[in-house]
Design a protein around this ligand. Structure first.
Ligand code: RIB
Length: 319
């Protein structure tokens, strides 16, 4: 029996990174060999894993975070931040030999960002099957990204499958081909245009046919459900044979950091609640549209109530 069956609240396990973001605001990012002056710099909690965990908890799920931090002030503060939102951090371990992960997040005036991650303790994360299995057994969904070792992502996906827990993978950042054994273990793949190009060589921004071709590529590898996010242009989604296009509302973009993580959190909680796939994608777009209108990573991730009250998302269409 899952937690959803028991108490009506979906349960999500998020295995991934915790980073301290050094957010730098500047007019334009420097070109190669160029030095530019920035307007400000702030230390803010981030990391794709932690952001997605927050995305899920703020949409109403019970969330267990699995990750690694260093024995330093950044690590302690990141863990405290997750706890303040009600996330279970008993599976966030401290590596005494590595620093907490750090991300340099350059945010241009347009709201677009460029991110460089120094993995630190995220890279020493190891799956402890005996500790993780009981949690996966009670969970609806396991969410993962690629800021932790791929070997561990694969190991956790295998454990999830044998324990009846669905796997949602956000292959970000792409660092080369993924093991072929991983694809059939993934129930839902969520990726952006850059990641789709890196993993299948198709430029999905060309037209919808290109996006459809990319979606089918991942389905042939064994993933039944695929969502390719297209930034302000919305998303293309496939649930088996059913292909849909989801436009996004036009909003004033302040900062796109964590928009993908927010989309994913809302989508995952919808999946865990067994909502229609199209409805899950729509909820993801509504949440991400709110996120880009506020600066920062975790500070800009909306709650379920805020998402429900946001401007309506345009209707999706069948492709
Ligand atoms: O997706 C946004 C996140 O990517 C940032 O918070 C940064 O830490 C990097 O992991």
């Amino acid at each position: 029996m899952t937690a959803t069956d028991g108490v009506g609240q979906p349960t999500v396990v998020c295995l991934g990174s915790l980073n301290m973001d050094m957010r730098v605001d500047l007019s334009q990012a420097p070109l190669s060999g160029e030095t530019v002056m920035a307007n400000s710099m702030h230390y803010l909690p981030g990391g794709k894993g932690a952001n997605q965990a927050l995305g899920c908890v703020r949409q109403g799920a019970r969330v267990y975070m699995v990750g690694n931090v260093g024995a330093d002030a950044h690590g302690a503060s990141l863990v405290r931040g997750l706890q303040a939102d009600g996330i279970d951090t008993n599976h966030v371990l401290t590596d005494p030999h590595s620093p907490t992960g750090v991300a340099m997040v350059l945010v241009e005036q347009t709201g677009q960002n460029r991110i460089v991650v120094v993995g630190g303790a995220n890279q020493t994360l190891r799956v402890h099957a005996a500790a993780l299995e009981p949690v996966l057994r009670t969970a609806d969904v396991l969410v993962m990204q690629l800021e932790t070792p791929v070997s561990e992502v694969l190991a956790a996906a295998r454990l999830a499958q044998v324990n009846g827990c669905k796997v949602v993978l956000n292959p970000s950042p792409v660092q080369g081909a993924l093991p072929t054994a991983l694809w059939p273990l993934v129930d839902t793949l969520v990726l952006n245009e850059t990641e789709a190009f890196a993993l299948c060589g198709t430029d999905v921004s060309v037209n919808r046919n290109a996006a459809i071709q990319a979606v089918r590529h991942f389905q042939l590898l064994g993933v039944p459900r695929v969502v390719i996010t297209l930034g302000g242009a919305g998303a293309v989604a496939a649930d088996g044979e059913v292909l849909t296009y989801h436009p996004a509302p036009q909003v004033q973009v302040v900062d796109t950091t964590a928009a993908g993580d927010t989309f994913l959190g809302a989508l995952v909680v919808g999946l865990a609640r067994k909502f229609l796939f199209t409805q899950c994608v729509r909820q993801g777009i509504a949440a991400a549209s709110l996120c880009v209108q506020t600066a920062g990573a975790q500070a800009s991730i909306p709650t379920l109530a805020q998402t429900m009250e946001s401007a309506p998302v345009p209707d999706w269409e069948t492709l």
